[in-house]
Design a protein around this ligand. Structure first.
Ligand code: SF4
Ligand code: SF4
Length: 492
């Protein structure tokens, strides 16, 4: 399938139909591959229009959040952080640890449900407007490429030209900038993973002490460079599972970028001074077959063939077609956000029972997640018998058990913690001596030794309750088992 790169204006007032295009075989081959299987490199034409302007503003805002995210602090914590190494996560300044598994599980379900709802109602709005891949590719790398190499016609000409000093310089500058930007993106990703302080530490410190960190920095840089300089739309078409998944949830009521085929067909060239009535009389619709919608498409498809997996709903074809309609004096919206039902039957976008069910589920999960996050206590303690440790008898005849205590301090202050036995007479010692202080927004793990006189044992196992005090205030009572010998004589 060939792609026109000329604007309607470039051919004068009459829009010409392209030759030698087979309109029926689009499902038989990829938009980005030649029939031989070789990749067809795309040179999408620069687009202008209301949607592109709106997307530009949205992208500025989202990219600012993306790059500033690891640096923005709330109560001293990052806005967003996914520190896989230390298993420490931050969302809107709230710190989460693997202990918050239930919160993660509900958040994951909430995320999945939101994706399903959004896709059911609004198609791939995410892909076109908010996906970092699309934003960076179309709003950063593509714009830079156009600024350096020119629009699609110049890019094609440069690619076809033999190597010369000018071509070498132009390509060299472009790829150097792409590599530098990839380095910035890679560092941003790393600061989401290990935290911005740690990343700055790696950058400032002796490189020999951070070979692993530097290796990851280089690896991510190369990965992003490969994606944005070479792989491009292939990431959306082949790698991202969302495009494939969408076909299972969209239906005839889903809002997608769609071509109004009853209005547009039969497509045909526009003759100078031809009126809409004259076109209709000739059996022609509003589509003048100028292929501007194809020329601007970053995935190389023809939206007039219908909704396709490759369409990332970027709206470029809407802007391109609106510009053509403006010039012809025809109403905008031959390509627009619409549902199949609204195009074929003129039905307005409807609120379907399926959407209602999804929304109900979403509201329930959002409520559960809010409750889980805000009902988390400031200090969370788990007390477990030390793995593999049995009881032993002390010199004064008592029976001793060793426990491991894990504490999570979610507050923004250090907490002094004490433990007391609630239902038995015995001793409880925190190993290591001194007071146990759990630093703010941090974890602490320690060992606790409990010894009981044989008379306090209720059998081979004794149920114990341990009170936890935070800064002198009792906050929690923990339950655990105490193991003793089989043959001891007991009170009961
Ligand atoms: S849909 Fe619009 S932009 Fe696309 S070929 Fe027809 S008139 Fe041109
Ligand atoms: S068909 Fe239109 S909305 Fe879809 S990817 Fe191409 S230009 Fe973007």
């Amino acid at each position: 399938m060939s792609t026109s790169t000329e604007s309607p204006g470039a051919k004068g007032p009459e829009f010409q139909a392209e030759q030698a295009v087979d309109w029926t075989d689009f499902r038989d081959h990829l938009s980005t591959a030649e029939r031989s299987g070789k990749r067809r490199w795309l040179y999408p034409k620069r687009v202008q229009g209301r949607f592109y302007r709106a997307r530009t503003y949205v992208s500025w805002m989202l990219l600012a959040v993306l790059f500033a995210g690891p640096l923005i602090r709330i109560h001293g914590n990052p806005l967003l952080m996914f520190n896989l190494v230390e298993r420490r996560f931050a969302v809107l300044g709230q710190i989460f640890w693997p202990h918050d598994m239930v919160v993660f599980a509900v958040a994951l379900l909430l995320g999945l449900t939101s994706i399903i709802i959004f896709t059911t109602a609004f198609g791939r709005l995410w892909c076109g407007w908010t996906c970092p891949q699309t934003l960076l590719m179309e709003m950063v790398f593509r714009k830079l490429e156009c600024a350096i190499e020119g629009d699609s016609v110049q890019q094609r000409a440069l690619a076809a030209a033999p190597w010369s000093a000018r071509k070498l310089l132009t390509k060299g500058v472009k790829h150097a900038i792409f590599f530098g930007l990839s380095f910035v993106i890679a560092n941003t990703l790393l600061s989401y993973i290990i935290g911005s302080e740690q990343l700055l530490g790696i950058i400032r410190d002796d490189p020999r002490r951070h070979l692993t960190g530097l290796a990851f920095m280089l690896l991510f840089t190369l990965l992003f460079y490969a994606i944005f300089a070479r792989f491009r739309e292939q990431a959306c078409i082949f790698i991202c599972p969302y495009g494939r998944f969408q076909s299972t949830v969209i239906d005839e009521n889903t809002l997608v970028v769609a071509y109004d085929h009853p209005r547009g067909e039969r497509r045909g060239a526009w003759r100078h001074r031809q009126t809409a009535d004259a076109r209709r009389a000739a059996g022609l619709g509003d589509c003048v077959n100028c292929r501007q919608c194809v020329a601007v498409c970053p995935t190389g498809i023809d939206i007039r063939d219908g909704t396709q997996m490759e369409c990332v709903n970027c709206t470029a074809c809407i802007d391109a077609c609106d510009a053509v309609m403006d010039r012809l004096g025809r109403p905008r919206g031959l390509i627009r956000y619409a549902s199949l039902n609204s195009i074929e039957r003129g039905e307005p976008v409807r609120f379907t029972p399926r959407l209602g069910a999804y929304l109900g589920l979403l509201a329930g999960l959002a409520g559960l997640l809010t409750w889980l996050v805000f009902s988390r206590s400031g200090l969370e303690t788990t007390l477990l018998r030390a793995p593999g440790a049995l009881f032993y008898q002390t010199a004064d005849g008592k029976i001793a058990n060793l426990y491991t205590v894990k504490l999570v301090n979610r507050t923004t202050r250090d907490i002094a913690v004490q433990f007391k036995l609630a239902n038995a007479v015995g001793d409880l010692q925190v190993m290591g001596g001194g007071g146990l202080i759990v630093p703010k927004q941090d974890l602490a793990t320690t060992s606790v030794l409990i010894d009981l006189p044989p008379s306090a044992l209720q059998g081979p196992t004794t149920r114990l309750r341990v009170r936890v005090y935070a800064d002198g205030q009792m906050v929690e009572t923990l339950r655990t088992m105490f193991i003793g010998p089989e043959h001891e004589e007991h009170d009961d």
